[in-house]
Structures are given as C-alpha cells and as structure tokens.
Design a protein around this ligand. Sequence first.
Ligand SMILES: C[S@@+](CC[C@H](N)C(=O)[O-])C[C@H]1O[C@@H](n2cnc3c(N)ncnc32)[C@H](O)[C@@H]1O
Length: 295
Amino acid sequence: MRDTSSIARKPRVDTKDTPPPARPRPAKAPAFEAGVAKDEYLALCERVHKVSGVDLLQYKRQQMERRIRTWATRRGTPDLTAYTDRLASEPAELEAFLDRVTINVSEMWRHPEQFGHVEKTILPELAAAGPVRMWSAGCSYGAEAYTLAAISRSAAARADVSIKGTDLDGRMIKRGRQGIFTAADARLAPRDMLRRHFDPLPKDGWAAKPELKRLMTFEVGDLLRMPIREGGHELVFCRNTVIYFNQEARDALHERLVKSLRVGGYLVVGTSERVSNARELGLISPFPFIYRKTS
Ligand SMILES: C[S@@+](CC[C@H](N)C(=O)[O-])C[C@H]1O[C@@H](n2cnc3c(N)ncnc32)[C@H](O)[C@@H]1O
C-alpha cells in the first residue's frame, strides 16, 4: 500500500528522497477571499490548497471542474461539498485525487522534430559558447529530461552539460530519479540512441545508463512559486504543462522561465502553445515553438 502520510503538507513532496523545498510566497496569492460567498468548486479549491499547497485556481476552470466532478462521481461521492470533506479527512483519497488532476502523460523523443532541431542546431551552438544548463520544467517522470541528456552526449559532448527536471508531483520526480522507461515510453526513440544510452531491461523497457544519470538532477517544485535563478539556464523546455493553466498563470510562468534564461538562451514550448507576450519578453522565434532570448 502506498504511504499517504506525506500528503497533508505544503507543497507536495516525496519526503524520503527530497529535501524540503524552499517555500517562497506565491507570486500572487490565490484568489480566495474570506467572507465572500463561494460556490462549491471554489470551496473545494480552497480546501485542497490548504491541505496540499496545490492551487487549482491556476488551471482552466471548465476543464478542471469537469475532470473533478467526473472523478468524484467515480469515487462514489458525486456531491462536491461532500467530496471536499472527504479530501480533507482521507489522506489516501487526497493523494488519489492529486494524481488524477495533475496529468503526467509524457514519452521520450516526444515531438521528435523539436529534439532534432535542438540536437542539430541549438546544442552545438550553445556548447560552443560555454556550459549548457538545461531545465525540463514540468518534467513528469523524466522522459523529456533523459531525451535531452541522450542527445547532448553527442551534440554537446565536450561541453559542461547539466539537466534539471522539476515537477509538482513528488511521485513523478521519484520515478525521474530512477530513469526507468517502458517500451511504450521509448516508442519514438531512435533505436541506436536507445541502445547507446539505455540498458534493456530483462522483461521490457529501458534503464538509463549511469553516465546519463550523472548529468541529471530532479526536484519537486511548483513552477509558479519555486525560486528561479535569473540567467541560470541556456535551454529551458516547458512543454504540455501550461495548456492546463489559465492565461494569467501561463503569462506569469513564461515570464519566469524567460527570466531564468541567459541572453542567447532558448525556450522550447509544446506544439500547441505560444508565448503570448514574446516581443515584450525580448524573444524571437527562429523555429516553430522555439524562442531565443535576445535581450
Ligand atoms: C503532460 S505532463 C508534460 C511532461 C513533459 N513536459 C512532456 O511534454 O512530455 C505535465 C506535467 O506538468 C506538471 N505540472 C502541472 N502543473 C504544474 C505546476 N504548477 N508546477 C510544476 N509542474 C506542474 C504535471 O505534474 C505533469 O507532470
């Protein structure tokens, strides 16, 4: 059975492997107002924020509410107020709920054309200029971060390379540290790259080789609140994470990510995403869904 004792704290952390993250104040306080009448969805969001630190108001309401109502019905408590009480009193239910609302879908070499461009053009350019510090922001269980590590072994072989993966979900970060992937995760991976950088597992799947793991660190963190190092990265991947955020949260996150890049660094977003205020942030887009910081 899963240990759920770490749930009722803020933010969600895997206490076995993760040092407690710094707890900065949220960029913006959640929009919960004392004394103002709230509907049952807002009341649930407020309670979840109190017991887990996860602020559901930063996600698009329509999608999130639909997902939560469907889930609550499946769990036998369709009334949202009653389900809110369950979340506050049953740590195992809260854990299952958070697993449900944070969508962890990922795979290695997801959107291979982006990795192709990064491998052929961006990494050699960055490597020629100095260290290449990469960040997979919203990394899920690390498939994207390990793909970056694998391509950098050839495209930036002589550079000082490091890859950091961060995610809100402590269970995903724990998996990321393990570096184990199923055959389905590796569906899009070039076979020669797989064999070079991963060991086949006896039954099915792949384990990252130690020389790949040495390049990586994983950390639990809420992208909207965690401290960022200004100019601390040359390449940031943030794909398929902001699609669930409301516009305000997306813009705030993109601004934070750009701040974390040094001038000349790159931000890679998902193939259905865009940075809405790119020009104001000093970005140009030399390749679809890839931005370069120019000032
Ligand atoms: C769909 S996965 C994307 C994984 C990977 N970037 C990719 O494109 O394959 C989205 C991830 O974002 C994480 N996430 C959602 N909101 C977050 C937040 N506020 N801070 C950090 N991670 C978040 C989820 O836990 C989930 O693992």
